[in-house]
Ligand binder design. Structure first.
Ligand code: ADP
Ligand code: MG
Length: 704
């Protein structure tokens, strides 16, 4: 058996309890998992700071090491606020070490007057240095510890894990693992490929990623591991692309028929923009190519993706197929349905809608009609994925706001016909092309990079909470001019309760400051019954409410052209992509629109950068690039796709663009000589390929 497959609990110093914790908290079950839990940063453990030289500016990066004598210790607070504080001093100043948990245990570790090495994350309170839950060792003990390398890895961890197993604990486990696996790490990459692409061995890479022997070796280790991830993904993508292009005859939409022409000539309420026309042409080309289309349509909020989707679906109907459109929320699905019904008017297309709240009787009728081919276009939510939803001849699928859908959910749609339908995935989250290529695999990308004419750029302002009176004054002015206003509160899973409390308080305050009969305020959030939500939205949409107080459920797709002000509360808690999405809810009509970001005065550097960026630009692609720089790709990956098929631990497809290019070329070259990795020297690469299998994500054809 490969020693990397051993359970982590058998590594000395781990045991049942810690193994359970490792599994639960960071998904580490085997030795391999642990080896692939890479540090996200390295710090120089040989560097010892004096307390006096540290300040808020030079400790931005977090972890530091100091050395000092214990001058006092004390308990503060009661119950949950109880904490234990140790004061240490060197010749230059004093610092506080603070513990909230495990107090009993640490209390006895400290002797007054004794000197300790202290390692941890620096924070400042009234310009006094403090470290919460640091790692501490008497100076003599630290001196005896063998230092494997000067750069120590810092591992991502969770609160629970870090109190049981600090940086030092992780380090010790990894050191033990190395004693066991040294010389036994098999490399799936044959030597000739390693040499060709200048890669060190897998064992060298895994060793140096945890215990860098030099900055140079660390670089090479990172390169090798990034290469492997991107190469693994590319092996999947490239072989699927070949399979899709050769194996499946896509439905042929050869005809532009009556429905399309009638709609285009008599119903289309506006001329298409150049970008919309271009995308429709791209879709047309795909649907007569003889291959199944698999296209990602990116277009900023408000760029007019819906009508492109509609025209494509009508094209499918003209060619004798059914089409469906899936939206991530009930509100959006209903809105799409209403928009489409209104747009197509009475040209004879049969449009249906199906969501989670569709009543039983209506559902039965819709399902029967669908199976009998009596519905041409079906709009809906996840409800479309259910087994009982059977089409008679599904030829075209539109998925709106892609990032809200899990990969597996998407895969289920393709089972709805014997041959895979053409797929159009639409997203308003701009994704750099390289990233799209990696994350969505075998998708071609279309971009709508032009807004419909006559839109005025949205003005974005950042107010501190203290300027609330000014905000209210501004809101009154806008309402007096007949405009409508959104006020959005953050909703973040971990603090849902607190978030709802904020929303409710905010709502109460607004109702008080904007009293009836002059002002009408409605609310919309996830805790409300669907009917009530619907009713609130309806009131706002048809102008019966002036102000809509909501959580970020309105993030996607809601279209109310008369709304000109988007107020985002606690804006510092939203990500850039989300802020941009929310802003896109206004600026849809002819009037000047505003986005007002409300925040606390105290802001982290990163939050400040985000809010500043929002005020500076309305260009979604620029914001997306910045977002990528501010966060890791792993993070982005998580946001884009819930239920990821692929997990990148070290490569960032955008920042590591060059590695990606090399890996892609390498995959193409390898598959050209050995498409199924059947040669003995390539056989082990199947393991790598399987690890990054994106099948669920992209191979729509396999399932049929
Ligand atoms: P999104 O890309 O965010 O889904 P929508 O499809 O909802 O955008 O379109 C936003 C608004 O722009 C809608 O009110 C739509 O009717 C309008 N619109 C779309 N295309 C055009 C166009 N070519 N000219 C004028 N208005 C348009
Ligand atoms: Mg939309």
């Amino acid at each position: 058996m490969n020693p990397l497959d051993n359970s982590i609990k058998f590594v000395s110093g781990v045991g049942e309890v810690r193994a359970k914790l490792l599994g639960k908290e960071i998904g580490v079950h085997t030795v391999r998992d642990m080896l692939y839990h890479f540090p996200f940063r390295y710090i120089d453990r040989t560097k010892v700071y004096t307390i006096g030289e540290l300040n808020e500016a030079n400790t931005q990066s977090g972890y530091i090491q100091i050395r000092g004598r214990v001058t006092g210790k004390n308990f503060f607070g009661e119950g949950r606020n109880r904490r234990f504080v140790v004061y240490i001093s060197d010749n230059t100043g004093r610092a506080e070490l603070i513990w909230f948990r495990g107090i009993k245990w640490v209390e006895n570790k400290f002797e007054l007057g004794r000197e300790y090495m202290v390692f941890g994350r620096a924070s400042f309170f009234r310009s006094e240095l403090s470290l919460v839950h640091p790692e501490v060792e008497p100076v003599e003990v630290a001196a005896t510890r063998k230092v494997q390398c000067s750069m120590q890895g810092i591992y991502s961890t969770t609160e629970k894990l870090s109190s049981a197993l600090g940086t030092k604990g992780m380090y010790n486990i990894l050191a033990k693992i190395w004693e066991n696996v040294k010389g036994k790490v098999e490399d799936y990459m044959p030597d000739y490929l390693r040499n060709k692409y200048g890669l060190i061995t897998l064992e060298q890479a895994l060793y140096n990623i945890h215990f860098p022997q030099s900055p140079m070796m660390l670089k090479q280790a990172q390169y090798r591991l990034k290469f492997d991830e991107l190469f693994g993904i590319q092996l999947n993508i490239q072989s699927l692309r070949t399979a899709r292009v050769t194996a499946h005859a896509g439905f042929h939409f050869g005809r532009v028929g009556n429905y399309f022409n009638t709609f285009y000539n008599t119903r289309l309420p506006f001329p298409l923009t150049g970008a919309q026309k271009r995308v429709i042409k791209e879709i047309r080309t795909d649907t007569v190519s003889g291959c199944q289309m698999n296209r990602l349509l990116q277009g900023d909020v408000g760029s007019g993706k819906t009508v492109v989707a509609l025209l494509s679906m009508i094209l499918a109907v003209d060619n004798g197929y059914q089409a469906c459109m899936m939206a991530p929320t009930e509100i959006l699905a209903r809105q799409h349905y209403a928009t489409i019904v209104k747009m197509v008017g009475d040209i004879g297309l049969r449009i249906g809608v199906l969501t989670g709240t569709t009543k039983t009787k209506e559902r039965r009728q819709t399902l029967a009609a669908l199976a009998a081919g009596e519905i041409d276009i079906l709009v809906g939510t996840h409800a479309l994925l259910e087994e009982r939803v059977q089409f008679s001849n599904l030829g075209f699928v539109v998925i709106d706001e892609q990032h809200r859908f899990g990969v597996e959910q998407r895969a289920r749609l393709w089972t709805k016909n014997n041959n895979p339908p053409h797929i159009l995935v639409m997203t308003a989250t701009p994704i750099p092309r390289t990233l799209a290529m990696t994350l969505y695999g075998d998708l071609d990308v279309s971009i709508i990079d032009e807004l419909p004419p006559g839109r005025q750029p949205i003005r974005t302002l950042h107010y501190y909470d203290s300027a609330r009176l000014r905000l209210f004054g501004f809101m009154r002015e806008q309402i007096a001019q007949g405009r409508q206003i959104y006020i959005v509160y953050p909703l973040i899973k971990e603090s849902e309760k607190a978030d709802y409390a904020n929303l409710e308080q905010g709502f109460a305050a607004i109702v008080q400051d904007f009293p009836l009969p002059k002002y009408r305020v409605s609310a919309c959030h996830g805790k409300m019954k669907p009917e009530d939500k619907e009713e609130s939205m309806r009131q706002f949409k048809c102008g019966e409410a002036d102000i809509l107080v909501a959580t970020s459920v309105i993030e996607v797709g809601v279209d109310v052209p008369n709304a000109t002000v988007m107020v985002i509360e606690s804006a510092e808690r939203f990500g850039l992509a989300q802020l941009h999405q929310l802003r896109g809810r206004v600026g849809r009509g002819a009037n000047q629109s505003y986005c007002i970001l409300m925040s606390d005065e105290k802001l982290s550097k990163e939050s400040r950068t985000r809010l500043e960026a929002m005020c500076e630009t309305t260009d979604g692609f620029r914001l997306a690039e910045l977002d990528l720089q501010l966060r890791g790709a792993g993070d982005i990956h998580g946001t884009l796709q819930s239920g990821d098929a692929v997990s990148l631990k070290i490569a960032n497809p955008t920042l590591d663009n060059q590695v990606l290019q090399v890996a892609q070329q390498a995959a193409i070259a390898l598959l050209a000589i050995d498409p199924t990795l059947a040669e003995p020297q390539h056989y082990p690469l199947r393991e790598l390929k399987a690890r990054f299998s994106t099948e669920k994500d992209i191979d729509f054809s396999k399932i049929s």
